[in-house]
Design a protein around this ligand. Structure first.
Ligand code: NDP
Ligand code: OXD
Length: 306
């Protein structure tokens, strides 16, 4: 079996070492233009040239959960595209989102500023019934985040494409229930895949439906958010703030208004990092399952876009 590795912005050597150790019988190599055809590819944002040359792939394994960059390319039609399915990301996402919700709801940012100024201050205790949190996208990551928030007794609700049934979480589904879902939330967490249907979904008319003092946490993709609309709603006071991990242009350009905005907390697309060892183990298991003709979790439906 031949495996080719083509991942931009990724140190290849540790992946090649890990894949060779996990698959000693396979030939694993870093892709070079002109290489002979491989059976499987391990990729992150490869160039179109890669797929133009590697036309005989059976499996394409994306070393991330989001496949929006991959699905922009012309892929070999026979290849099964598989994304990472948790692989250590959901626990990171849960801690990131809980941290952002708690930091905002408990006003820890304001306490930090007070204590830096030498001020011993008290604020009103949190009434968590005022902080209903809505999770957009109830997939692998969204469900884990919803469960984690429930441990802190925040009222949690969720929205997805197909109807879900989660214990203690009122669930909404489809475009027709989006307004009702949004109106039931004060804090909104975006964990949707980026598809033609979800691009720009966080914009003036949707964010304006959040309860007054609304707060946005976007950990999915930058193109979900219309950035000027967020700035306008913060300026007008309808939204209280935002925590953003992803941006329309990454790295966030110098001089972008988000950098210095007092109500926006930013992180550099690191809310849930790919964990190499667990990802390799998952990919190798899925290669074996595919070889036996089994359907594997995380198989991408290109028509659906995720
Ligand atoms: P999943 O595919 O498991 O879940 C996607 C969820 O979104 C599903 O519940 C799906 O609904 C829902 N959804 C998709 N389209 C729509 C729509 N049009 N309307 C309503 N709901 C919709 O993905 P993951 O949970 O694994 O990952 C989610 C995203 O998180 C990734 O695509 C990626 O962009 C982002 N991500 C960001 C990271 C970061 O570091 N910032 C790290 C990892 C992922 P249904 O269940 O009905 O199919
Ligand atoms: C992913 C990501 O999609 O890192 O996994 O954003």
């Amino acid at each position: 079996m031949k495996i080719t590795f083509c991942c931009t912005d990724t140190k290849a050597e540790p992946w090649l070492v890990g894949l060779r150790a996990a698959l000693p019988q396979a030939e694993v190599s870093l892709w070079q233009p002109g290489d002979a055809p491989a059976d499987h590819a391990v990729v992150w944002a490869p160039p179109q040239q890669f797929f133009d040359e590697q036309t005989q792939l059976k499996g394409v394994f994306n070393i991330g959960a989001g496949v929006d960059a991959l699905l922009k390319l012309r892929l070999p039609p026979q290849a099964t595209v598989v994304r990472l399915d948790d692989a250590g990301m959901s626990v990171q996402m849960a801690e990131y989102v809980c941290h952002a919700v708690i930091r905002h709801a408990r006003e820890f940012d304001a306490y930090e500023a007070d204590t830096r100024a030498g001020k011993w201050s008290f604020r009103k205790p949190l009434d968590r019934t005022d902080f209903s949190v809505g999770v957009m996208g109830l997939g692998v990551l969204g469900q884990r985040v919803a469960r984690a928030l429930q441990h802190f007794e925040f009222p949690v609700r969720g929205w997805s494409r197909s109807q879900k049934n989660l214990d203690g979480v009122p669930c909404y589904a489809g475009a027709e229930q989006l307004p009702e879902f949004l109106a039931s939330c004060r804090v909104l967490v975006c964990l949707l895949p980026l598809t033609p249907e979800t691009r720009d979904i966080l914009r003036r008319d949707t964010l304006a439906l959040l309860q007054p003092g609304g707060y946005l946490i976007n950990v999915a993709r930058g193109a979900h958010l219309v950035e000027e609309d967020l700035l306008a709603l913060l300026h007008e006071g309808h939204l209280a703030g935002a925590t953003l991990d992803v941006f329309r242009t990454e790295p966030l350009p110098a001089g972008h208004p988000f950098w210095q905005h007092p109500q926006i907390t930013i992180t550099p697309h690191n809310s849930a990092r790919t964990m190499r060892e667990v990802s390799i183990a998952q990919i190798v298991g899925k290669m074996a399952a595919l070889a036996q003709g089994h359907r594997v979790a995380g198989t991408v439906d290109a028509a659906r876009g995720y």
